[in-house]
Every structure is written in structure tokens, then in C-alpha cells.
Design a binder for this molecule. Structure first.
Ligand code: ZN
Length: 556
């Protein structure tokens, strides 16, 4: 079914709550493993119905945050979702404690129980009020950012439509655009600080109510991490510092020379050629059509997947005013349909976001058809970002479809960009660890910490007299800090795996694709380390893996 034809009906809170309660009671009273399995399949149905309605409302709200109908739906779910989530956790707790658990482990896998354990550790009835407030705050944040009205070049831009000017070829225009960008953040800084303060206090209060010292442990449980802890992450960041910071410094120096500049300024960020980065040729619709041709040539399985996406119009990728910023993939269970959301703005980022989200969508499409057990469809983020990032590399040979004669330039720009981003990701991660560990609720204190960390992770960055950004204001533009705490490092952890695939592609494309496809087919049915083994990948947390990935590509 085409997305626009999918009917929407609000989740009836009372009815769904009653269903969860009845199912929980039945689990507690179950007399056999078989009975439990039957109940659990009913639970999946209730859960899928609920999730699909919420997801349809969310996609339509994100597409136009000013639409009053879906804004009201969003407010309704901000309020009811934590209560429903608490009831779903009660159900999971009953299943987790059931005497027939081992029978269920056979049916739905051990990982499903590790996930339940994390869900139980991160949910309690007593924090529903705080969770509702947290939802309202993130919605407020999204509305604020989506409604940005930045006057530039004779028009009014939102953040994504300003983006082409920030990386354009004319340095004077770039400078003006960056000024408009930082002026915008300066005008909303008080409001953003206020929202973030409240979020930090709120999340810390949730953690304390659940018996944790601060939000870090709770945040890790909510990210459903069950194979590594904050010490492993700290050790990973250290390796990024040792390997990627000096590497990125060298790459920036080469870039400076290529751009013919005496010194690099922040306005040259992500600009790789003097004549500007290559732009995709053709309209947004033509980008999707080129995508269809590319996926038809890449493999029979990607052809089937992308044809399905096109036929059912499972995209909302064109940039518009009042649209939520950023890109994501989500999934509609009853339609077995992934959905891709993005903000195309005519830059090469359009193609990167398409191949990235298509990697997630390909996994969702493949795993949900290979293993129909709901709890096994999706892996945790440090695996799922390999699905998306490796797809970015697998599609590089088709860049001529999007960039014509500039295809080689695009490949270079993409590769440099993908590698240079590593220190920034670690910087964002260390920043939020410090925010929650030190309870940084003072706006100026936070900027000082960001500024300190920039010196360690991004020592080349020169804000060229821009006072606001030069004094630590840059963190404010990072959506993940507001919306999904502790997510960001997953991009860096997964990048190592994606780079390994890139290395393998140079040697044997077919076997690299085979390993990648095997990983996608397994979804989240196995634990982290087992999935790495299935995908034929090294453990990125192990000392030396980061170094070896770059070494193999002859980059160090
Ligand atoms: Zn992703």
C-alpha cells in the first residue's frame, strides 16, 4: 500500500491499556510454554497496531510540524506513550519472570530477553510524569528548530535550505551564510539552553528515581546496550583521539592547500574543492529514479527492495518549510514497509542521506521477511548503523548516475567527509557524558566544556572571530543531544565496521556483499558480538581495530 493511502486511526488508550493488562495477567497464569507463545503472538499484534498508528502520525507530523491535526496527535502520544510503555514493560516483566521462560527463549531468542532486561531496568511507573514532560520538551525543541526562518539571499530559509550556502563555492557567500546561521542560533540560544536545562534535569530526576547516580547508566539501558559499558566507550574515544585526530589534521592540511587558503576557517568546513563540492544533477525525483537504477544493478535483493519502496511511495525526502530537520528510517509492521524521511536541499548530502537511510531500510525489509519474529527484526544502533554506513560505501561505484562527470570528485568528498567526522562524533559523546556526570545545567559552563573538548578533538577548527561559536556555542546545533542522548557514538563505532567492508570491497566485492547481506538478514536475532562474527567483522572496541581499519585502506 502506498504510504499516502494508509489509513490513520488514533490509538485508543483505554482499549490498548486494557489489552496489555489482560495479556500480562494471562502470562502470569499461563500453564505451559505453548500457551505463553500463543499469548505472546497476541501481544505482538497489539504492539504492532499501536506502533503503526503512532508511526504514521509521527511521519505526517514531521512532514509538516505546523499541521494542527497531526500536532494534536503528537501531543496526545507525548502524553499516552509513556503510560502504554509502562504497561508493555509490565507485560515484559511477567514474561521475563515466567517459569516457562526457557521455552520462550527458544522461540524468540535469548537477545529478546536481554532487551527485556534493559527495558525493565529503564522503566518504572513512578517516572511516567517525567517521561511525559521529556516528550513535551523534545516536541517543543523540534517545533522551534523546524520553524527557523533565516533571511538569506532574498528568501527565508529554514536550516536545511540554508545548508547549500554553508558549503557553496563562493567564500564570501559562505561567510555570510555562516553568519546568518550563527546569528540564528544566537537568537534562539536562550530558548535552547532552557529546553536543554530542563531535559538534563528531567533525565537526571528519572535516573535518581530509579536508583542510579545520574542519567548515564539509564541512558545506556535505554540505548539497549548489553555488550559493552561506558569504560569500553571511553577506551574507544581514546583510540579515536590517538588515531583519527592526527589523521584528520593531516587531511585538513591537504584540503587547505587544495582550497588555496592561507588558513582554514570554520566556514570552509566540509568544503573539499575550490570550485565547491559536486552537486547532484537533476531534481529530487530524478535522484530517487537514479537510486532505483542503482539498486537494480547492485544486486537482485536490493532491486526487489527499492522497487517496493518506489512502488509504494515510502519516502518523504523533499525539503520544505516547517518540516522536521534531519533524516531517518522507520518501519510500519502491518505493511512490512520501511519508510525514509529526509530533507533534500540540492547538495551532495541528498545522495548520502538516501544511501544511508536506504541501508537501514534494506535491513528492515530483508530481516523482517527472513525472520518474522517481531523482536528479532531490529538490532541495536551500533549494528544498525553498519547497515546504513556500509551501504554508503557499496553504492560508491554508481555515483555517476547522480553526479555525472563529477562522480570521482563526489567519491573523494564522501570518503574524506566520512573519516573526518569521527573526532566530532567522539567529541559530542564525551560532551554529553560530562553534561550528565557533572550535572551541567549552567549554560555558560556547558559552552566552556564544549570549547575545551573541541580543542582536544577538533584542534584545527578556527572560528575566525565568530564570538558565539568560538566560545562554545556550536554544540547547540546537534539534534541528537536533545532528542536521543548517548546515540551519537554509535555512528563512530559502526563506521569502523563499515570501513572494514570498504576495505574488503577493494579486494573482493562479491564476498564483501555476501558478508553484509548475511548481517542484514540476521536483523537483531543475535547478540552484538555474534552479529559481528556473522558479518565477518572485528570488534571495534578491541585495541587496534580502529588503527587496522585505516591501515588496510593505506590511509596511515
Ligand atoms: Zn543511521
Amino acid at each position: 500500500m502506498k504510504f499516502k493511502e494508509m489509513p490513520y486511526k488514533r490509538v485508543d488508550y483505554d482499549k490498548t491499556a486494557e489489552q496489555f493488562k489482560t495479556l500480562t495477567k494471562r502470562v502470569k497464569e499461563a500453564k505451559s510454554g505453548e500457551e505463553l507463545w500463543e499469548i505472546h503472538q497476541e501481544y505482538y499484534k497489539v504492539y504492532q497496531n499501536m506502533m503503526d498508528s503512532m508511526t504514521i502520525a509521527e511521519i505526517r507530523h514531521d512532514g509538516n510540524t505546523a499541521d494542527p491535526f497531526y500536532a494534536a496527535e503528537k501531543d496526545y502520544y507525548d502524553e499516552t506513550a509513556p503510560m502504554l510503555s509502562s504497561l508493555a514493560t509490565d507485560y515484559q516483566r511477567a514474561l521475563y519472570e515466567s517459569p516457562y521462560r526457557s521455552f520462550m527463549e527458544e522461540k524468540i531468542g535469548k537477545v529478546a530477553f536481554a532487551t527485556m532486561d534493559n527495558a525493565i531496568k529503564s522503566m518504572d511507573e513512578s517516572i511516567i510524569g517525567l517521561m511525559q514532560e521529556e516528550n513535551a520538551l523534545t516536541t517543543q525543541y523540534n517545533k522551534l528548530i523546524a520553524s527557523a526562518k533565516i533571511p538569506f539571499d532574498g528568501q527565508v530559509c529554514n536550516l536545511s535550505l540554508l545548508r547549500p550556502y554553508l558549503t557553496g563555492n563562493d567564500r564570501t557567500v559562505r561567510r555570510q551564510a555562516w553568519k546568518a546561521y550563527s546569528d540564528y542560533f544566537m537568537t534562539v540560544a536562550d530558548e535552547l539552553d532552557d529546553i536543554y536545562d530542563k531535559l538534563v534535569k528531567n533525565r537526571t530526576a528519572q535516573a535518581k528515581a530509579m536508583g542510579y547516580d545520574n542519567y548515564i547508566q539509564l541512558g545506556y539501558y535505554r540505548m539497549n546496550r548489553n555488550s559493552y559499558d561506558r569504560n569500553d566507550v571511553e577506551n574507544f574515544r581514546r583510540q579515536v583521539k590517538e588515531v583519527f585526530v592526527p589523521f584528520a589534521e593531516r587531511v585538513h592540511e591537504i584540503r587547505r592547500k587544495r582550497l588555496g587558503l592561507e588558513k582554514l576557517s570554520y566556514i570552509d568546513n566540509e568544503v573539499y574543492f575550490k570550485e565547491g563540492n559536486p552537486d547532484p544533477v537533476g531534481t529530487a525525483q530524478e535522484i530517487l529514479e537514479s537510486g532505483q537504477k542503482m539498486y537494480a544493478e547492485l544486486s537482485p535483493e536490493t532491486k526487489e527492495f527499492f522497487d517496493f519502496m518506489m512502488e509504494n511511495e515510502l519516502f518523504d525526502v523533499f525539503g520544505r518549510k516547517d518540516k522536521k530537520q534531519g533524516g531517518y528510517m522507520t518501519y510500519l509492521y502491518q505493511y512490512h514497509s520501511p519508510f525514509i524521511f529526509a530533507n533534500f536541499n540540492g547538495t551532495n548530502a541528498d545522495v548520502n542521506v538516501l544511501t544511508h537511510e536506504a541501508g537501514h531500510a534494506f535491513e528492515a525489509y530483508t530481516a523482517s521477511r527472513n525472520i518474522p519474529v517481531l523482536s528479532q527484526t531490529f538490532s541495536t544502533a551500533e549494528i544498525s548503523e553498519i547497515h546504513s554506513m556500509a551501504m554508503e560505501y557499496f553504492t560508491l561505484p554508481w555515483m555517476h548516475l547522480f553526479f555525472g562527470e563529477n562522480a570521482e570528485k563526489q567519491k573523494k568528498a564522501y570518503l574524506w567527509d566520512s573519516l573526518e567526522a569521527m573526532p566530532y562524533m567522539a567529541c559530542v559523546d564525551e560532551f554529553q557524558h560530562r553534561v550528565y556526570a557533572e550535572n551541567l545545567t549552567d549554560a555558560m559552563e556547558r559552552r566552556k566544556v564544549w570549547h575545551e573538548l573541541e580543542k582536544i578533538y577538533l584542534p584545527w577548527r578556527d572560528y575566525d572571530g565568530n564570538e558565539f561559536l568560538g566560545q562554545g556555542g556550536f554544540w547547540m546545533q546537534k539534534q541528537h543531544l536533545f532528542m536521543c542522548p548517548f546515540y551519537y557514538i554509535d555512528y563512530a563505532v559502526s563506521r569502523v565496521g563499515a570501513l572494514e567492508y570498504y576495505g574488503k570491497m577493494q579486494e573482493d566485492l562479491e564476498s564483501a556483499w555476501k558478508d553484509y547481506y548475511a548481517l542484514c538478514r540476521q536483523g537483531g536475532s543475535k547478540g552484538y558480538h555474534e552479529l559481528l562474527r556473522i558479518g565477518n567483522l572485528s570488534d571495534p572496541f578491541k585495541e587496534g581495530t580502529i588503527y587496522n581499519a585505516l591501515k588496510k585502506l593505506n590511509l596511515i
